[in-house]
Design a protein around this ligand. Structure first.
Ligand SMILES: Cc1cc2nc3c(=O)[nH]c(=O)nc-3n(C[C@H](O)[C@H](O)[C@H](O)COP(=O)(O)O)c2cc1C
Length: 309
């Protein structure tokens, strides 16, 4: 049996399979379909300082190949997360990431401060796709200096491993990865959703109330794979690949280009048991190809091909 364990900064994960923020509940809602003990880690939906009701409906639309969403970071806020959600995930037998987001640097800082004393949280993931109200509402993750600054300020108040979740909606994502590494990030998640749009021309209606939304799912895999590869080549910290992963083959593609782990998002909506099954399927593929461990396999694209593959 292949050894699936991986190390992400200081974190030891039993396997490289994580849930993607916002697609797997807030806490343990999915535990009966994809039990935590079969995952490497759980990533929470983005938690903000204050409760957010999110955007108006319609805010999710299924395209020919994936989702468009404009949920608008609906969540009950940090108080509720600390009081109820964390009590629930305390017993989760896997690594727990809390994904945080805000519209000002101070909000990220305050969230990190509030989570610092909570041992149930193993790591923070910073959602840099949030609009920065002090920066003309452009997402934090579209300007290297802004991204570096928010990381630096969170680093000052947090001892937990910090993962910066990057937006693919930039010209050079490698520059963003370098910026968050300089700011003190312990890892990078690549990527969040792509900006997209859908219309119903017959009814002259937008498919989403916000007109634009985030595109995810199988359609974005080639873009996400390229982004993850670019990040892995740009930085020395681990990269978590995310975008369009729907089966074990996809997982191995992201690991092969240099990702130390992966997240599964949209695919969990149609198959909530997928994440729970993936470790077995990845392991079977690695065994079939005589790969003894995931750690040996990561970043193997530019290495000579073993005879049997
Ligand atoms: C319905 C929905 C809600 C999401 N909510 C969040 C969120 O709260 N925070 C975040 O960082 N990413 C969020 N994402 C982005 C996913 O975590 C992931 O980065 C993206 O969907 C690409 O992966 P996928 O193609 O496997 O879904 C959301 C995605 C979807 C589809």
């Amino acid at each position: 049996m292949a050894d699936l364990s991986v190390q992400l900064a200081s974190l030891e994960l039993r396997n490289p399979l994580l849930s993607a923020s916002g697609t797997f509940g807030h806490g343990l809602e999915m535990q009966f379909l994809s039990p935590p003990e079969r995952l490497g880690g759980l990533v929470s939906k983005t938690v903000s300082l204050l409760p957010r009701r999110g955007n108006d409906n319609p805010r999710i639309y299924e395209t020919e190949a994936g989702f468009l969403n404009s949920i608008g970071l609906e969540n009950r806020g940090i108080e509720s997360y600390l009081e109820s959600t964390l009590a629930e995930v305390a017993d989760a037998d896997c690594v727990v990431f809390t994904n945080i987001g805000g519209e000002r640097e101070e909000e990220f800082v305050e969230l990190a401060r509030r989570l610092e004393e909570r041992d149930e949280v193993d790591a923070l993931e910073l959602n840099l796709s949030c609009p920065n109200v002090q920066g003309g509402k452009l997402p934090f993750g579209t300007d290297p200096a802004t991204a570096e600054s928010v990381l630096r300020r969170v680093r000052d108040v947090s001892t937990k491993p910090l993962f910066a979740k990057l937006s693919p909606n930039v010209t050079r994502i490698g520059d963003m990865a370098r910026a968050v590494e300089a700011g003190g990030a312990d890892g990078v998640t690549a990527v969040n959703t792509l900006l997209g749009m859908a219309v119903d021309w017959r009814r002259r209606a937008w498919r989403l109330a916000t007109k634009q939304g985030g595109y995810s799912g199988v359609g974005i895999k080639p873009v996400a794979l390229r982004c993850a590869w670019e990040c892995a080549n740009a930085v020395d910290i681990p990269v978590i690949g995310c975008g369009g992963i729907a089966n074990a083959e996809d997982v191995l593609e992201f690991l092969a280009v240099g990702c130390a782990a992966v997240q599964v998002g949209t695919a969990s909506f149609s198959d909530p048991g997928l994440l729970g099954r993936l470790a077995g399927e990845v392991s079977a593929l690695l065994d079939e190809h005589d790969v003894a461990s995931v750690r040996d396999f990561v970043g193997c694209m530019d290495r000579p091909r073993p005879a049997k593959v």
